[in-house]
Design a protein around this ligand. Structure first.
Ligand SMILES: O=C(O)[C@H]1O[C@H](OP(=O)(O)OP(=O)(O)OC[C@H]2O[C@@H](n3ccc(=O)[nH]c3=O)[C@H](O)[C@@H]2O)[C@H](O)[C@@H](O)[C@@H]1O
Length: 404
């Protein structure tokens, strides 16, 4: 369903506080910070908005960040499934600023309208509330297929739906790509490697996944999604790109996301115990969201068709990570251990040799800098919330996923 009230949406946008605007775009890279330059206008960019050209020919729609002015050959119609989610909304910002026409499809299971509300009513932007397990008929040139819950809490909440989204949903998007001759980029995951037996993980590793465990709905769902991509490539000549995304963090993560970054930051900010699952010796490598967005766009533009890891190689134990966050935030939280989670990967670190060579990509944002922006975002969110936010813990919902 198309947003039927752009005027109302834009009206709300007009009254976003300065602080709010700062946090909407608080995570952008240097290139992206042009988005912060909102133009105040009496109509705030409502339908029937006025547009004018800046000295460099770019289009400035009143009330919106300045977007590039592309000619019809350069401008693409780009669909972002899951575009109202954490990663999707940052990607949408970059594509909009580059001057493309962007269509966001989201069912709002974990995505939120407020992540993209600053574009609603813009002439290059369309928001479609739609669940991709049902077919979609629009005309597009490129598809970034991100739609799927990604936090273990969310994807285990309704495993059947997670499987459907990644299988039927991916098939529908590949069908759309086939019909429109669009290029499709699949947001796959490091979870296709499962609990890996080789370290760091290279793209040629086939993985070590429990097909009937609590994580299987996501891990196997994404593995089938990859298989579907290459089936459509071979049989139907659909152009596909596959990004294997490693742990990513940044502003706009859901307050109840349940993943380790948001949990630890929210716990530290509220002086409640920081909860480590298991002994905390398991490792992860965290990449900042703007680095990921850069990698996704480079991959889409590249000629490389096989899977590519996108992640930061700096690896920490979860115990170290709890200490780092505690140190930066300060406060009085103690660090406690909770039962371990079933099938929790013991080690995870990407080998990004391939991304460096075929995309010329490597992450740029240091952990301290990314965490500072993320903590500032959550601090601001908490200030706006009347009640304390209790981070969602796996053991509160999923007794079956806790090791005996
Ligand atoms: O963040 C991501 O991008 C990845 O998050 C999840 O993978 P996972 O590594 O299990 O993510 P978390 O739930 O953030 O857990 C990371 C580690 O921290 C631990 N953890 C998590 C939350 C918490 O409160 N305490 C805690 O110790 C977990 O047990 C795990 O060992 C998803 O499954 C991936 O698809 C996704 O790419």
């Amino acid at each position: 369903m198309f947003c039927s009230a752009p005027a109302i949406c834009s009206f709300r946008l007009l009254f976003l506080s300065e602080k709010r605007r700062e946090f909407i775009f608080g995570s952008q890279t240097a290139e992206e910070t042009s988005a912060e330059r909102f133009v105040s206008s009496p109509n705030g960019g409502m339908n029937g908005e006025t547009k004018d050209r800046t000295t460099n020919g770019n289009v400035r729609s009143h009330g919106y960040p300045e977007v590039r002015n592309l000619n019809y050959k350069e401008r693409k119609r780009i669909l972002v499934t899951g575009g109202a989610g954490f990663v999707g909304s940052h990607l949408v910002d970059r594509l909009m600023l580059e001057g493309h026409e962007v269509y966001v499809v989201d069912n709002y299971f974990t995505g939120r309208k407020k992540n993209i509300e600053h574009w609603i009513g813009h002439g290059n932007f369309e928001m479609i509330q739609h669940d991709i397990v049902n077919p979609l008929f629009i005309e597009v040139d490129e598809i970034y297929h991100l739609a799927s819950p990604a936090s273990p809490i969310h994807y285990m909440y309704n495993p059947i739906k997670t499987i459907k989204t990644n299988t039927l949903g991916t098939m529908n998007m590949l069908g759309l790509a086939k019909r429109t001759r669009a290029k499709l980029l699949l947001a796959s995951t490091s979870e296709v490697y499962g609990d890996p037996e080789i370290h760091p993980q290279v793209e040629t590793y086939w993985g070590h996944v429990n097909p009937i465990g609590p994580r299987a709905c996501y891990d196997e769902g994404k593995r089938v999604a990859e298989t579907l991509c290459y089936g459509y490539e071979q049989q139907e000549e659909v152009q596909v790109r596959v990004a294997r995304i490693f742990n990513t963090y940044g502003p706009r993560m859901h307050m109840e996301d349940g993943r380790v970054v948001s949990n630890f930051v929210l716990q530290a900010l509220q002086n409640v115990p920081i909860t480590i699952y298991g002994d905390g010796e398991q490792t992860r490598s965290f990449q900042y969201v703007s680095d990921l967005v850069d990698g996704l766009i480079r991959l889409m533009k590249s000629d490389y068709t096989q899977p590519v890891n996108l992640g930061n190689q700096e690896e920490h134990t979860i115990k170290e990570f709890a200490e780092i966050i505690h140190e930066i935030v300060g406060g009085t939280s103690e660090i406690i251990n909770k039962p371990a989670v079933i099938d929790d990967p013991r080690r995870r670190r990407p080998d990004i040799t391939l991304a460096k060579s075929v995309l010329g990509w490597s992450p740029k944002v240091p952990l301290a800098e990314g965490l500072a922006k993320t903590i500032a975002y959550f601090r601001n969110e908490l200030e706006k919330t009347a009640q304390p936010i209790r981070p969602v813990n796996l053991d509160s919902f999923f007794h079956y996923s806790i090791q005996a």
